[in-house]
Write a protein that binds this ligand. Sequence first.
Ligand SMILES: *[C@@H]1O[C@H](CO)[C@@H](O)[C@H](O)[C@H]1NC(C)=O
Ligand SMILES: *[C@@H]1O[C@H](CO)[C@@H](O)[C@H](O)[C@H]1NC(C)=O
Ligand SMILES: *[C@@H]1O[C@H](CO)[C@@H](O)[C@H](O)[C@H]1NC(C)=O
Ligand SMILES: *[C@@H]1O[C@H](CO)[C@@H](O)[C@H](O)[C@H]1NC(C)=O
Ligand SMILES: *[C@@H]1O[C@H](CO)[C@@H](O)[C@H](O)[C@H]1NC(C)=O
Length: 667
Amino acid sequence: MGSLIIMWILLTVLTLSASHNIDSMIGSFITDMSSSLLVSSSFTAFFCADAVNTAEFSRQISRNYLLHRIASFNDSELIDIDETIDHNHYFIVDFDCEEGVEFLRKANTRGQFVAPAKWIILRDSRVNDGGFSQLMMEINDELVSLLSNFDIFPDSEVVVSQRLNQTTMELSALYRPSSGQSLIIEDLGTWSHEDGLCLCNYDQSSRRRVNLQGIVLNTSLVMTDLNTLNHLTDYQDKLIDAVTKASYMWILYLSERMNATFNFTVERTWGYKDEDGNWNGMIGLLDRGEINIGGTATFMISQRIGVVDYVQLYTPTGSRFLFRRPPLSYISNIFTLPFARSVWIAIVVFLVISFGFLCITMKWEWQNLKMIPMECRLGGDLERKPTITDNLLVLLGAAFQQGFYCEPRTISTRIVVLMMLLIALSLYAAYTANIVALLQSTADSIKTLDDLMNSPLKIGIFDIVYNRYYFGAFEDPVRKEFYERLVKDKPAVWMPLEEGIQRVREGLFAFHVDLGFGYQMMQETFEEVEKCGIEEIDYLKVYDPLLVIEKQSPFREIIRVGALWIAETGLKPRVASKFFTQKPICTGSTSFVSVGIIDCYVAIVAIIYGCAISFIVLLLENIWQRCVKTRSHDTVLHESSPEADRTSGKQSLRSDRVQDLLDNHFN
Ligand SMILES: *[C@@H]1O[C@H](CO)[C@@H](O)[C@H](O)[C@H]1NC(C)=O
Ligand SMILES: *[C@@H]1O[C@H](CO)[C@@H](O)[C@H](O)[C@H]1NC(C)=O
Ligand SMILES: *[C@@H]1O[C@H](CO)[C@@H](O)[C@H](O)[C@H]1NC(C)=O
Ligand SMILES: *[C@@H]1O[C@H](CO)[C@@H](O)[C@H](O)[C@H]1NC(C)=O
Ligand SMILES: *[C@@H]1O[C@H](CO)[C@@H](O)[C@H](O)[C@H]1NC(C)=O
């Protein structure tokens, strides 16, 4: 015990000049701060206490399950910690150490006060142990004057805790709205051993620091038409630069909320990467730090990630292929559609079976009729023995409802024929009803880019800078093929809005355009019926354009919260609904549909093929007939007397021969 006391005195004497002790109050304070205000479970502390004191402190912190490291000021490289954990980590500096000032300067030059780093600076304001306490930090205070030109911006978390007496700390947060502004000191509240943390305001710093004291932020608007400058807020010319105008309104709301002024410049493009890896346009300005916030929403694409930061203020307009559903007959053969495949198979099977029955029953029919003398026969009776083709004609006549020449007498034939007629009638009724509906219907089978590529639809693209840029920029097989087949080296696909929408109206045309523009134009020019069946296909497959800000911006959190606020308060939908026309509503599609040649295309093709085939058959028959004739003529000639007149004999022989053939055939 005695030796311990001696050692303690020794240590105190040895380290008296350089050390500043950390007591258990500091331990409790830091534990409370970790769990509530800073919400981090690990920290690095820079103390100048002696080893025993440090060990005691470390033990106390460990009992509260906090990861920590206690370093000396010489280890200043420890503040360059891994980025992946730093949102969960903070630093503590004892300002009463000799090296404290130098250390903070070093941290500032390394840019260590920017988000997401968090700092607690401990100060002891007790004049003596009697508990005499100073007032809150004054502007001419040593610490305040040190920090007053540090890069501590609204996103920084720098908390100064001043110890007023043995058990009480006073907390304040420091930041500057921008580099030109002076330090702002926020009173956070107090901590005392008995009552714990007592905060004046439980809001996050990004909500507390919305008032940026009128700083000037640089921003830029992208305009494809400079006349937009005259119509930024009057909702005119909604078909030009609507995204710019909508973003401008939101930026104005943001500026009011943040109490900041925006200094606008005008750019002509959003910004794309050139061969040297430099960005032009608005993204270029953000990349070079010339502007703080991009004034016009832009697409999120992978090359831009890491160059700028995106804020979740989406502009609800995408670019899509817009087209009217084409009539079904353009896409598929409507003549086979009324029946399902299985029904068609069943019909064929039925026809084959009934043909079999018909052949059998017709034979019996002839057996009966043969007995009846010619004079007693009726008009509908068979005149001669029915052949296979006769039966086929009867079958086709029944199936296609065309009627046939004979009128069967036997019961069995009548049953077969009646069955065929009845079934044909019901099939016919179902088929015709269905095909009328199909003629009026439109094809909803075009759903993907692949479908579009393989459909008879022609395409057009709205001629605007980002479409020109993005169309060829994709590497996936479908879009690459689409580009190479339909867009590349075809200047005719690029067209102005009016022309594209007019061709969509005429039908069989898909136009790639911003939805807001396209729908606005449709709303103005389409008839009610034409507003039905409008389809969209996404080619670019990107998110809606959204706001961008400079990377590592100190205002990021404030702008993000502001963007959420704009959406929550309804300011965003208000502006959006004024600028971006929604899809036109289809009010009933009851209209007269006229049937054109295209709708009967398959039937016409069938007729043409039929004619061609019958012509070929005719030719073949002729040829066959000629061959048979010459051969039979030769045989007949050999049989007949050589002195017979050649030509007349030929003539009479031919007619005899034909008569024989016919007789054989029909009997
Ligand atoms: C810190 O470094 C200085 C000089 O580099 C040295 O004199 C001093 O002893 C070091 N202090 C500690 C605590 O290591
Ligand atoms: C410490 O200071 C606070 C505020 O000035 C006071 O309320 C408290 O009583 C003091 N505590 C002690 C132990 O002096
Ligand atoms: C906005 O900032 C200006 C300039 O610092 C200041 O005078 C004004 O009071 C602030 N406005 C609000 C509403 O806080
Ligand atoms: C805005 O731009 C001006 C001149 O280009 C520059 O002096 C100023 O610092 C910029 N403002 C901010 C907040 O970066
Ligand atoms: C606004 O921007 C212009 C162009 O960048 C710059 O020359 C001017 O100084 C800026 N104004 C302010 C107040 O920052």
